[in-house]
Write a protein that binds this ligand. Structure first.
Ligand SMILES: Nc1nc2c(ncn2[C@@H]2O[C@H](COP(=O)(O)OP(=O)(O)O)[C@@H](O)[C@H]2O)c(=O)[nH]1
Ligand SMILES: [Mg+2]
Length: 417
């Protein structure tokens, strides 16, 4: 069974990783028990916002997910995040706890690179002014590349000897080398397709190796930039510099500190804040029947500033969006498994769409079954409207994304899932 997707949060010290993680993992009391089987201290559950299937059928009122929650058709689906703290320049040589950091990174499927675009922290994360954050983007890519290259070059002699002695295919040799990064054979094959005109492996020079490693990184660590601290006055010019230099890199403008602040005020009933949007309302806006507490002048000014500098300018704090982009680079879509295709309920009760799993678009329905239930024999698969779905049909948003699996029982009878 493939693992649950894991998104690594990376960046130099003081770029805002912890603040971002706090904002992404801060959940309502409504959240169910932890859905993931393995949990270690640097992993945390984030919540990805998706449009819930309940809204397609006008069943928002009955939607009560087993994990995460659903608010008027906007569903918050748990997704695992990895806090990769402690990455400092020179990590690939073991600086700081560099090797430990890079080891953690192996398990990540995509990265959110938090970049401090205020220019107020230097390469090590120490306070400064006028620092150019473009350097941080190149640095991170370099750090990862040099780590992978270092591991490869250490063994290069024996890799080449084995490759020629066994007359292996280049893709097989490289698959064996990259398997340690948690890469599947398919992923390595895709990476190798990105590089053309390579000489035979025994003739590769360092330049060839760099090319191959870069191609591998593009597949293994697709990255979304979180251009953070956009509330700072110097952010604008740095953001445009980065966008011009990296036009093809996914980037979201964020103010993690604003997101954390608004959520705190919302919990304390000073404001109504709709996460991921530009809407924040105070007692002044909504009147006494809102039940909101009054804000003092200082806080009111701060909210006014947040609206002007962040919310109205950029449309939101960007924190929810950055997670959406990370899920989008992995092409993850929500798939709902139900027991009853007429009511969309589960094993008991009247609540709908209780189970939702994030799976790559285009995955075959049979693989979806294995992903969710392990190695089971599926007797039949039903889609919306009671339609029979074939195991080799693929999934997409609105297509085979609501499924009911009927399992073949070992005794010969069937069992509903
Ligand atoms: N102005 C501003 N400061 C931020 C923002 N996000 C984080 N910070 C501040 O940057 C500093 C480092 O943040 P932290 O999350 O601890 O960074 P980490 O070392 O990457 O985990 C803290 O003082 C935060 O309050 C932001 O969006 N805007
Ligand atoms: Mg931190």
């Amino acid at each position: 069974m493939p693992r649950d997707p894991l998104i690594g949060i990376v960046g130099k010290p003081s770029s805002g990783k912890s603040t971002t993680l706090n904002a992404l993992t801060d959940a309502d009391a409504k959240v169910g028990a932890f859905p993931f089987t393995t949990i270690d201290p640097n992993k945390a559950t984030g919540y990805l916002q998706v449009e819930c299937a309940c809204s397609r059928f006008g069943k928002e009122e009955l939607c009560k997910p087993n994990y995460g929650w659903c608010k008027a058709g906007k569903r918050f689906v748990p997704i695992m995040l990895l806090d990769v703290a402690g990455l400092v320049p020179g990590a690939h040589e073991g600086k700081g706890l560099g090797n430990k950091f890079l080891d953690d990174l192996r398990h990540a499927d995509a990265l959110i690179h938090v970049v401090d675009v205020s220019g107020t922290t230097n390469a090590e994360g120490k306070a400064t002014r006028g620092y150019d954050p473009l350097q941080d983007i190149e640095w991170l890519q370099d750090e990862i590349r040099r780590w992978i290259e270092g591991n490869l070059l250490k063994r290069w002699g024996s890799i080449v000897r084995r490759h020629t002695a066994t007359k292996s295919l280049v893709v097989d040799t490289m698959q064996a080398q990259f398997a340690g990064y948690g890469a599947t054979g398919q992923l390595v094959a895709r990476a190798m397709e990105r590089v053309s005109d390579l000489p035979p492996l025994q003739d590769w020079d360092n330049e060839c190796i760099t090319k191959v490693v870069k191609a591998f990184m593009a597949e293994k660590f697709p990255t979304v930039l979180s251009l953070n601290k956009i509330d700072h006055p110097d952010a604008d010019k740095n953001v445009s510099k980065i966008m011009l230099k990296h036009p093809n890199t996914k980037a979201v403008l964020t103010s993690a500190i604003t997101e954390v602040f608004l959520r705190k005020l919302s919990k304390q009933k000073f404001v109504v804040y709709d996460e991921g949007t530009e809407f924040v309302d105070t007692l002044e806006d909504l009147g006494p029947e809102s039940g909101l507490k009054p804000l003092d002048e200082k806080l009111l000014n701060r909210i006014e500033n947040i609206r002007d500098l962040v919310l109205y300018r950029f449309g939101s704090t960007g924190v929810a969006q950055v997670l959406k982009e990370a899920a989008a680079v992995l092409d993850l879509i929500p798939v709902y498994t139900v027991r009853n295709m007429t009511t969309f309920t589960g094993n008991s009760g009247t609540n709908v769409f209780r189970d939702c799993t994030l799976i790559k678009r285009g995955t075959q329905v049979g693989q979806v079954a294995r992903h969710i239930m392990g190695e089971v024999t599926v007797a039949s698969i039903e889609g919306v409207g009671g339609k029979r779905v074939s195991a080799d049909d693929s999934i997409d948003v609105g297509k085979n994304d609501i499924l009911s699996f009927r399992l073949a029982h070992s005794g010969g009878t069937t069992m509903n899932f």
